[in-house]
Write a protein that binds this ligand. Structure first.
Ligand SMILES: NC(=O)c1ccc[n+]([C@@H]2O[C@H](COP(=O)([O-])OP(=O)(O)OC[C@H]3O[C@@H](n4cnc5c(N)ncnc54)[C@H](OP(=O)(O)O)[C@@H]3O)[C@@H](O)[C@H]2O)c1
Length: 330
């Protein structure tokens, strides 16, 4: 164990794109666990778009304090323990933050050592749970329906689309490059994929979804959301998972101008936060692991090495450099 704890902290709140000067690095003494606490050595970090929001303002969690480590999910091993729930050597997931060592009294999930870290942080982590509960609980797919997914080659979108296929739906993805579209149709089993950067998106959705969109699983928001609403089928549902196109905007973009479509189509739009589903994680992980084992659910990861590269890893989500789940290996 090192004597110092290397950390990446919040230097200033982002305005627009997250710039390098929003972050600082420091080394502080490794914290000593108090009675009932454990010390975790962090090995992997989950890099999520929501971190950008936590850096900037209060969301469903309070904003990160200036000078504090960047808040983030992380995976690591218990190396000191005064808590029988987490003996030394246990692999755990929790809100470790961007640092080498983190202290906990509670709030850790035990992770089986048989699960590779890449899978624990993606398909069996909050990403997989988001796709699973967002699609099934909020979208409520029925076999034969058409599901459109934005951010489809990303971590959450790719899993949501594949679950929709498993449930017997026709699935169309929106992604930002020809390579991503090819991966969706050739490897992830999507029925069609649209490159929203070059295609006429409105027309392409109309061609790919001739009977309309029964479920729009939205990771992107903004113009794409408005366009998709324009294609809703009767009793269509919009699963509001995320709105990454808006996260760097200082002034919120105008809402979709065609919300009246929800009236004529008897449609529904509903948001959710995966944290509300954590108590049902076992149910989801059981099904997701069966599908992965059967070869019906593929997942891709985008691994960046080194704690000091965590800021660059976060930016990959906003430039679209990633296909699949972004994570940092310390
Ligand atoms: N509700 C919840 O509880 C919950 C939980 C986790 C995640 N989420 C949300 O789910 C979404 C996906 O998260 P993730 O972790 O799986 O990330 P991800 O999809 O793996 O990565 C983000 C992707 O978004 C796309 N993107 C970035 N900027 C864009 C823009 N301006 N317009 C259109 N697309 C853009 C990029 O793909 P392209 O190359 O295709 O543009 C990029 O690869 C995010 O909105 C996130 O906030 C919600």
């Amino acid at each position: 164990m090192d004597s110092m704890n290397h950390r990446i902290t919040l230097a200033k709140r982002p305005v627009g794109e997250v710039a390098d000067d929003c972050f600082a690095a420091d080394d502080v003494p490794v914290p000593s666990p108090e009675p009932g606490e454990v010390l975790v050595e962090v090995a992997w970090l989950s890099i999520d778009p929501t971190i950008r929001g936590w850096m900037a303002y209060d969301t469903y969690l309070p904003a990160i304090e200036i000078g504090a480590p960047i808040r983030s999910g992380g995976l690591g091993k218990v190396i000191e323990s005064d808590n029988d729930a987490y003996p030394v050597g246990t692999t755990v997931f929790g809100m470790t933050g961007w640092q080498q060592y983190s202290v906990f009294k509670s709030g850790l999930q035990v992770v089986s050592d048989r699960v590779p870290p890449e899978a624990a942080l993606s398909v069996f982590g909050t990403t997989g749970l988001t796709a699973y509960f967002g699609l099934l609980d909020i979208g409520r797919p029925v076999a034969g329906e058409t599901v459109l997914v934005s951010g489809a080659a990303g971590a959450t979108g790719s899993i949501a689309g594949q679950i929709a296929k498993i449930k017997g739906c026709r699935v169309v993805g929106l992604a930002g490059s020809a390579e991503k579209c090819a991966w969706l149709t050739d490897e992830a089993g999507f029925d069609a994929a649209i490159n929203y950067k070059i295609d006429n998106v409105r027309r392409a959705i109309g061609q790919a979804c001739p009977d309309g969109v029964d479920i729009f699983f939205d990771n992107v928001g903004g113009d794409i959301l408005e366009t998709a609403i324009g294609h809703l089928a009767l009793r269509g549902r919009v699963v509001m998972c995320g709105a990454i196109s808006q996260y760097n905007e200082e002034v919120p973009g105008p809402g979709p101008r065609n919300l009246g479509m929800l009236i004529s189509k008897r449609g529904r739009m509903e948001g959710f936060i995966v944290l509300d589903y954590l108590r049902r994680a076992g149910e989801a992980i059981g099904e997701l692991s069966g599908w992965v084992a059967d070869g019906r659910l593929a997942y891709k990861t985008d691994v960046v090495d080194g704690l000091d590269n965590a800021p660059a890893a976060l930016n990959r989500l906003f430039t679209g450099a990633n296909t699949g789940k972004v994570m940092v290996r310390l």
